[in-house]
Write a protein that binds this ligand. Structure first.
Ligand code: DAH
Length: 342
């Protein structure tokens, strides 16, 4: 009877013990035999009371043997199973050191920003301060105070975006000159970078672009001061040996007005594709500040004089970096910007 029961327990354990897929399931199975109260082996022990006294030691021995066997069998299976589980987890969490690293993309400065930064550095070295004007201006600052009254033909030079009857998107950073001169007494030496807007759109023009304006007002300032400063600036931005040439031009806010060319930094002046065979490249407009502009700002033109200049930042970037379409500067393609890392 007793042997029968023990054999059954043994067979029951052997039949299933190797079929579990987790140590937790194995533990549940183990409890059905080895739980101190409910387990089948503990239940066997309860039969002791029905065994004659003289047979009890032998009975206890047999039950203990099956108990020890079961414990050893379960422990050994559990150890194997835990080892397998650990190997599985390690495999799942393994790091493949041959995988390519996850890199963080680092942005680059836009070519416009590179040029603006470079210009600021060059002019700051000559004592210029940076003044940032307003992108929305009224007619007075953008035109009238700059000696361009309402019916002045020069207004046609710039196709203006009007925001309302009185307000417009500034067409030129020159508008900032008026704010500076209204608020500061000479000596004045400012540099004013910023966005400007014109209804204009082709390979070299964009409805929004950037300008860099400069203004110097003090006693005894002449066109020669402008020329000297421009030569220094040109050599620094385009390279050693580059010089400037002034051509007569017209701007309402300067008199005389000039168009400034630099000697071609690619061919050294011999003539090439970049300078269209002329040896010179036009880079900016400038001139001696018109007396009327000084007067409009409450500065006495008999006591003070000044020069001003304005250049297109994209034009400088296109020349310097060999970019042939202004649109590429506004397409927000990071691969484009990456080419101009300094
Ligand atoms: N404002 C002019 C333009 O947008 C550029 C310019 C020319 C600015 C002469 C100046 C200057 O300050 O003196 O075309």
């Amino acid at each position: 009877m007793m042997e029968e029961k023990i054999r059954e327990i043994r067979e029951e354990i052997e039949a299933k013990i190797d079929s579990f897929d987790s140590s937790k399931a194995l533990y549940e199975f183990r409890k059905t035999f080895l739980d101190n109260k409910e387990g089948k082996i503990a239940q066997l022990m309860k039969g002791m009371k029905d065994v004659p006294k003289e047979d009890r030691p032998a009975f206890g021995k047999v039950v203990n043997e099956i108990k020890e066997w079961a414990i050893a069998r379960f422990d050994e299976t559990d150890a194997k199973m835990k080892k397998l589980e650990l190997e599985k987890r390690n495999a799942a969490e393994a790091v493949d050191v041959t995988m390519p690293a996850v890199t963080t993309k680092v942005g680059t400065l836009h070519p416009d920003t590179l040029i603006v930064n470079e210009l600021i550095e060059i002019f700051a070295g000559m004592g210029f301060e940076v003044f940032e004007g307003n992108e929305i201006e009224n007619d007075y600052y953008n035109f009238t105070a700059l000696n361009t009254p309402e019916d002045h033909p020069a207004r046609d030079m710039q196709d203006t975006f009007y925001v309302s009857k009185d307000f417009l998107l500034r067409t030129q950073t020159s508008a900032g000159q008026i704010h500076v001169m209204e608020n500061k007494k000479p000596p004045i030496k400012i540099l004013s970078p910023g966005k400007v807007f014109r209804s204009d759109d082709d390979a070299t023009h964009s409805p929004m672009f950037s300008q860099m304006e400069g203004l110097v007002v003090d006693k005894g300032i002449t066109l020669c001061d402008l020329k000297g400063m421009l030569d220094t600036f040109s050599a620094q931005i385009f390279g050693e040996g580059v010089v400037t040439r002034l051509r007569p031009s017209y701007f309402p806010f300067t008199e005389p007005s000039v168009e400034v060319d630099v000697s071609c930094f690619q061919c050294g002046g011999k003539g090439c594709k970049l300078c269209k065979g002329t040896g010179w490249i036009e880079v900016l407009g400038a001139g001696v500040v018109n007396r009327h502009v000084l007067e409009n700002c409450g500065i006495d033109p008999d006591e003070y004089s000044g020069f001003a200049f304005g250049m297109g930042v994209e034009r400088i970037a296109m020349l310097k970096y060999g970019i042939n379409n202004i649109k590429t500067l506004f397409e927000s393609d990071t691969r484009f910007a990456e080419q101009f890392k300094n």
